[in-house]
Design a binder for this molecule. Structure first.
Ligand SMILES: Nc1ncnc2c1ncn2[C@@H]1O[C@H](COP(=O)(O)OP(=O)(O)OP(=O)(O)O)[C@@H](O)[C@H]1O
Ligand SMILES: [Mg+2]
Length: 374
């Protein structure tokens, strides 16, 4: 039964390092203050804090403590929780699935299936649910592409007998992975992959282009997510191996994940764009990373690579840090997508890359290289 009143609180679960099942980490509450603005509150559970293997959800903003954390920015949703929330595509699927156009931030967390980026989960019960053990398989990709096409075309999802199948294939609400492109999480014997599906407005074969860029990045000695192309009917999809999951005989281990948007304490709106900067990001990365001498130069190479392939969609959700155990590291590169530059001379990255702002030329890229520990 779908409730029409937006949920105002939920429990936050986490899969601890090395484990494959959730434990309850704390409680998140979303209210409004007297001015009518959203206020988010998060508190760790006492039994969670008492565990010797407890880890913080966000080591910079939500350190392990008995205090009640409060935030009024980002619509009251702490960055670490927002990173676990579905984005444009996932939200669209949930809205389609529930038939509700306006859902609260906690609803999006609750309705989304348990395949989200990172180690967190959300629910209304203090006791966490058993881990999800069934995922879409590679052979279901054709059907997933058809469903994605229907959602893009905004047609009704098939009803009747098919509804059951839709529910199975969409895992109850699509995927909680972020991003705007149609996608699904699928499993094969090696683990979990993000299948990035075709969009009718694609200018070129996006799947092959993205795969090529990830391969090129690896050839250039960058750390990039593993990828492969699969052909579905007449179209291709790129499969990108999930770096925040590790398949074990007991189930999936999960890495915690934070986006650069969260590290920069920034939102996606226009006013916050002044915080979008590789130079600021490398400072945060050096604070959080267990291997700053490796990660800071790696971020520099990634920034230069983006300039060289004209990846101007290198926004802060396309960079992340991940902790498969207790240590945080820069994640492998993902979502490397070239654009056709407006001019051969001039192109701007999405983030400031030096003293000259977002301008992607050699002088600007080199201007702050010392901060990248070069
Ligand atoms: N290999 C991966 N392993 C784990 N998480 C990933 C991986 N690739 C992407 N993600 C997560 O999924 C999100 C969506 O993926 P991606 O950026 O590739 O999709 P997109 O729809 O192309 O995004 P955009 O809206 O930037 O175009 C990312 O922001 C990141 O949080
Ligand atoms: Mg992206």
């Amino acid at each position: 039964m779908i409730s029409r009143t937006a949920a105002s609180e939920c429990y936050v679960y986490i899969t601890l390092p090395g484990e494959t099942e959730f434990v309850t980490a704390g409680k998140f509450e979303l209210t409004t203050n007297r001015q009518g603005n959203p206020v988010g509150k998060f508190v760790y559970g006492r039994s969670y804090l008492a565990r010797d293997n407890a880890v913080p959800i966000d080591p910079l903003e939500l350190k392990l403590s008995t205090k009640t954390y409060e935030t009024t920015i980002l619509k009251g949703v702490f960055g670490a929780l927002r990173d676990a929330s579905p984005d444009y595509w996932g939200r669209r699927v949930i809205e389609k699935y529930t038939g509700l156009a306006q859902l609260g931030e906690i609803d999006y967390l609750l309705y989304s299936p348990d395949d989200r980026a990172g180690a967190l989960g959300f629910g209304l019960n203090q006791e966490p649910p058993a881990p999800c053990r069934t995922f879409n398989q590679t052979m279901e990709l054709e059907r997933l592409q058809e469903l994605a096409d229907l959602i893009i075309a905004d047609e009704d999802l098939p009803g009747g007998v098919e509804a059951e199948q839709v529910e199975k294939l969409m895992g109850g609400g699509g995927t909680s992975m972020g991003g705007a492109r149609p996608k699904a999480v699928i499993e094969d014997e090696s683990g979990l992959w993000i299948a990035k599906l075709r969009h009718p407005e694609d200018k070129w074969n996006d799947a092959r282009v993205e795969h090529a860029m990830l391969m090129l990045a690896r050839e250039c000695a960058l750390l990039a997510a593993e990828s492969k192309v699969v052909t579905i009917g007449e179209h291709d999809a790129v499969l990108v191996k999930r770096f925040d999951r590790e398949k074990t005989t007991a189930g999936y281990r999960r890495g915690r994940m934070l986006s650069a948007l969260t590290l920069l304490r920034s939102d996606e709106n226009y006013q916050d764009r002044e915080k979008w900067s590789y130079v600021l990001l490398v400072e945060e990365l050096r604070r959080i990373s267990s291997q700053p001498r490796t990660d800071a130069p790696e971020l520099f190479r990634r920034m230069c690579f983006n300039a060289l392939i004209s990846n101007t969609d290198d926004h802060p959700r396309n960079h992340a840090v991940v902790a498969m155990n207790t240590d945080w590291k820069l994640s492998p590169a993902y979502d490397l997508t070239p654009s056709t530059p407006v001019s051969a001379e001039r192109r701007d990255l999405a983030l400031d890359c030096g003293d000259g702002g977002r301008y992607a030329n050699v002088g600007n890229l080199l201007s702050q290289s010392a901060r990248f520990l070069l």
